[in-house]
Write a protein that binds this ligand. Structure first.
Ligand SMILES: Nc1ncnc2c1ncn2[C@@H]1O[C@H](COP(=O)(O)OP(=O)(O)OP(=O)(O)O)[C@@H](O)[C@H]1O
Length: 630
């Protein structure tokens, strides 16, 4: 009480002193004013409207002054009592902590939210189940509400945790490519977690818990990382059930040998270090679209319990620096997959990509590949449909240690694909009525159904029925292999489509084969026609250009002969350069082809062993770009 009285007394004393000071200052201020100035002040104070305005102005100034003061010192004062940890987007910790925040129940303090629709078990690859499963119509995503930008409070293990999410203002004037890229780097969000007191062990525990929770969720799953245009970090990730390794059907022995190769590599760190060889391994998978290149890599990652980081070099908004950062900052234990490597290089040849712009260049890709130093034991896969368009430098040993062709389906694959879709038991010996149904589709009904199937399986009668059915399926498989051959140039994806279409009627499938092959042949014919037209258009354009140049040269020569002064740059020159980009496709193709032929003659590690080389040959069909046997 005494303390309160003393404080009140002190407050009154100091207030009186301040007022006295103000009065004295007022008197001094009045004395300094000249008589006309004094008359203006008195006129203002004598006018109700003007003095009210004057008063509001003073109040406004005080308000702004104190607001600034409070905001400036609030965080400083708060920081005396709190400990905090800050993470930035792009770092693994950021992902763990944002997931951790999202999992905590929201408190009343959270008023601004962001919402995400989450499908709990993403299995894109198994789309064929999705389309035929009626119950999926009723499926809904889980709505995940997250605290939005700003500060929020949540509780963890009984103590209060402050969460603050911030995104810096984007740099103004981001009107060109460079500044847009710069702005995208600067606009990284940050997340700050703070707790009351000076004990940092709680913060450490939160980060540790967040990390453990994140790893636990990914256990037994395959995480696929991708990046957004203009981002130099792996901004997107999705976790899905691993694709069964046996569900990808490749040429005989190819899958097993590749698996062995990677496993040996992953166990050879010492061998590489002892010999001073960079510890990384590169693979190029090439062949027509739909032969299982991507599916194999995803299944392989699942099998080896690795993640996959996919970078599409063809997308706009990715330049050399970003590619370099992406490759160097790939999450540990992941396979780097560069899809369609030829796409970026065609652009380069067309003269559209320059270093520093929003496209990658060949030298950018080479530097990025050579510079992967952050991750020891990197496994890099490149895929392409057009190996002839790749520069030899890209696929030389050291950058690309194995080149494997994923060709049209051979006998082994046709049989394997058919059995995969129609056998009542998978090669693993499980019942396959709903064989590879991933966990996400195993809703209550499906689980009951598979339990019923398991019960039926133990019934001898049912067993005998299945045996008879499977024997029939093996028979049909042999006949299918007579009807569809490697020479028909059918991809495994096309076989998948065909078998799926008739999956309830395996016995009628043999009759449908001729129609299927005719349809494919027709499709190829149309493609060849289109390609031929394109080629003709290019030839015509080139001929026109050459004629124009010839004419211009002749005119120039005539003018010189007539004694006229001729300027060095002519219209036709600029015309020619204008056409260059479009023409360079045909020029560059043959140029690259030549380079490639040279390279295959001299490259010792060109991989012929693992390809179905007995079957592989150059095809005269619609896809003139189909990869040659390597
Ligand atoms: N060898 C295969 N075994 C099993 N499924 C396959 C195989 N090849 C293709 N498929 C199926 O076909 C579809 C497309 O395959 P995928 O994307 O892996 O082909 P790709 O060779 O990577 O094609 P692209 O060159 O166009 O990227 C997938 O649904 C996949 O399940």
């Amino acid at each position: 009480m005494d303390w309160l009285v003393i404080k009140a007394g002190t407050f009154l004393n100091s207030s009186a002193a301040v007022l006295d000071h103000v009065v004295q200052s007022g008197a001094r201020f009045e004395a300094t004013l000249s008589p006309p100035a004094m008359r203006v002040v008195k006129a203002v104070l004598g006018n109700d409207v003007l003095s009210a305005g004057f008063f509001l102005m003073i109040v406004g100034s005080f308000y702004t002054f104190f607001k600034d003061l409070i905001t400036r010192y609030y965080y400083e004062v708060q920081s005396w009592f709190y400990v905090s940890v800050q993470v930035q987007e792009g770092d693994d910790c950021y992902k763990w902590l944002s997931e951790w925040v999202a999992e905590r129940p929201l408190t009343k303090s959270v008023r601004h939210l962001t919402v995400k629709a989450v499908w709990d078990d993403d299995e894109e690859e198994q789309g064929y189940y999705r389309s035929n499963n009626d119950s999926r119509q009723n499926e809904r995503p889980r709505l995940l509400f997250l605290p939005g930008m700003g500060s929020h409070v949540l509780y963890h293990k009984g103590f209060k945790v402050n969460v603050s999410q911030e995104r810096p203002e984007q740099a103004a004037g981001a009107d060109n490519e460079q500044s847009r890229i710069l702005a995208s780097i600067q606009k990284k969000q940050s997340l700050t977690i703070s707790t009351f007191g000076w004990d940092i062990s709680r913060l450490k525990m939160i980060v540790q818990d967040a990390m453990e929770e994140s790893y636990k969720k990914k256990e037994g799953k395959t995480t696929i990382y991708t990046s957004q245009p203009y981002d130099s970090y792996w901004s997107n990730s999705s976790t899905r059930s691993p694709r069964a390794f046996h569900s990808v059907i490749l040429a005989e022995g190819l899958k097993e040998e590749l698996l062995e190769d990677i496993s040996t590599f992953r166990n050879s760190a010492h061998w590489y270090h002892d010999r001073g060889v960079p510890y990384r391994r590169g693979y190029l998978l090439h062949g027509p679209p739909g032969t299982g290149k991507t599916s194999f890599i995803v299944a392989l990652a699942g099998h080896l319990r690795m993640s996959v980081c996919i970078v599409n070099l063809g997308i706009s908004g990715l330049n050399d620096q970003q590619l370099d950062q992406l490759l160097n900052n790939a999450p540990r234990n992941s396979i780097l997959l560069m899809e369609d490597v030829d796409a970026a290089l065609v652009r380069r040849k067309a003269g559209k990509a320059q270093s520093g712009s929003n496209n990658v260049t060949l030298s950018g890709i080479l530097n990025a590949l050579d510079g992967i130093t952050a991750q020891e034991g990197s496994v890099v896969f490149m895929t392409t449909n057009h190996i002839r368009k790749l520069a030899p430098a890209l696929i030389r040993p050291g950058r690309c240690d194995r080149k494997l062709v994923f060709d049209y389906a051979d006998k082994h694959q046709i049989r394997g694909m058919f059995l995969k879709f129609f056998l009542s038991r998978s090669s693993e010996g499980q019942a396959t009525n709903e064989p590879t149904t991933p966990v996400r589709f195993r809703n209550k009904k499906a689980t009951e159904k598979s339990a019923a199937a398991a019960a039926a399986d133990s019934d001898p009668k049912e067993q005998a029925r299945k045996d008879a059915y499977d024997a029939k399926i093996y028979e049909i498989a042999d006949q299918i292999c007579e009807k569809i051959t490697f020479e028909d140039s059918v991809t495994t994806a096309q076989l998948q489509g065909f078998f799926m279409l008739h999956r309830d009627e395996p016995e009628t499938i043999l009759d449908k084969v001729p129609g299927f092959l005719t349809e494919l042949a027709h499709e190829r014919e149309m493609l060849t026609e289109k390609k031929e037209k394109r080629r003709q258009r290019r030839t015509m354009k080139k001929a026109k250009k050459q004629a124009r140049e010839k004419k211009a040269k002749e005119e120039k020569a005539a003018r010189i002969a007539a004694g006229e002064t001729v300027e060095s740059s002519s219209d036709s020159d600029s015309d020619a350069s204008g056409d260059d980009a479009s023409d360079s496709f045909s020029d560059s193709d043959s140029e690259i082809e030549e380079e490639w032929m040279k390279a295959t003659k001299t490259t010792p590690n060109t991989d012929t062993k693992l390809t179905n080389s007995a079957d592989t040959k150059e095809k005269v069909n619609g896809d003139a770009d189909a990869a040659p046997a390597v």
